[in-house]
Design a protein around this ligand. Structure first.
Ligand SMILES: NC(=O)c1ccc[n+]([C@@H]2O[C@H](COP(=O)([O-])OP(=O)(O)OC[C@H]3O[C@@H](n4cnc5c(N)ncnc54)[C@H](O)[C@@H]3O)[C@@H](O)[C@H]2O)c1
Length: 267
């Protein structure tokens, strides 16, 4: 396989649907072997996301590279370790880790700084921060030295307020991911491993389209109107930036938080 990521071995968490699937396919189209680790390997079907093959792993293989699909919960450190170990065993190493699994998984209407429940705090921190930490710890000893690259997905919400203070703990957990990534970059930099965060803005995935269709009129107004580039993003907008950070074009970039949001954080 040719391409700028030829012979690289990548893991994408949450790669069975949504943006994670787009990242997996982008890396594969550039020549990387891609393993997806997801708690729900059938998530695409659940949100009527159209696949071009029976599974995302089949879609990846159709691009001429290898793929492994592993069902695992990244919030469970032992499960994260086992999933990484399986990839390393089968492919004799690892070059790229994209920590994409995450999300604002708790009810929006009780997500401000003072209304978030104990249970919601734990859920959102567990998935977005602890899951990322588990995967970084599991992968770090195996990443290629020099040349390994970690991309941790955060959110533009680190810099932009949602509504009237909603998604407070989601933003806080992702801010912690951005900060953790800087420490990771400092720790692993001397061994030639880079670590960057990437913060997507408003991105229209199949899940978000399906949710909008089930709640006509929800949200109100045109979300693109408040974005300098006057459109919401699509998963490929983010995937191109993931591929940049993962590959050698970003060889001297580490510890950054690349915002991919059409400039929404500027206004
Ligand atoms: N969609 C947006 O507009 C947007 C904006 C900013 C940031 N983000 C971030 O981008 C990433 C992807 O967002 P998305 O909208 O595609 O999300 P999504 O909910 O559509 O996909 C998340 C994926 O992670 C998997 N997953 C969930 N919990 C897991 C666990 N414990 N272990 C393993 N896999 C798990 C899911 O099955 C799913 O495949 C997330 O980190 C999210 O916070 C999304």
């Amino acid at each position: 396989m040719s391409g700028v990521l030829a012979n690289r071995r990548a893991i994408v968490t949450g790669g069975a649907g949504g943006m994670g699937r787009a990242h997996a396919l982008r890396l594969a189209s550039l020549g990387a072997d891609v393993a997806i680790i997801d708690i729900d390997l059938d998530v695409a079907q659940r949100w009527q996301e159209e696949l071009t093959a029976p599974t995302v792993a089949d879609e990846i293989r159709a691009l001429g590279v290898r793929s492994i699909a592993i069902q695992a919960d990244i919030t469970d450190a032992a499960a994260a370790d086992a999933a990484v170990a399986q990839v390393v065993r089968e492919w004799s190493g690892l070059d790229i880790l994209v920590n994409n699994a995450g999300g604002a998984v708790t009810p929006y209407d009780r997500s401000t700084a003072t209304t978030t429940t104990d249970e919601d705090v734990r859920r959102v921190v567990d998935l977005n921060l602890i899951g990322t930490v588990n995967m970084c710890r599991a992968a770090a000893p195996h990443l290629t030295r020099p040349g390994g690259s970690v991309v941790n997905i955060a959110t533009i919400g680190v810099d932009v307020e949602a509504g009237t203070g909603q998604l407070a703990l989601y933003a806080a957990a992702k801010a912690a991911v951005v900060r953790y990534t800087r420490s990771l970059a400092v720790e692993l930099g001397p061994e030639g491993i880079r670590a960057n965060a990437l913060s997507p803005g408003l991105i229209q995935t199949a899940r978000i389209r399906a949710l909008a269709a089930s709640r006509p009129g929800a949200g109100g107004g045109d979300p693109a109107a408040g974005i300098p580039l006057r459109r919401v993003g699509d998963p490929d907008d983010v995937s191109k930036a993931v591929a940049f950070l993962a590959g050698d074009d970003a060889a001297y970039v580490t510890g950054e938080n690349l915002r991919v949001g059409g400039g929404i954080h500027l206004v």
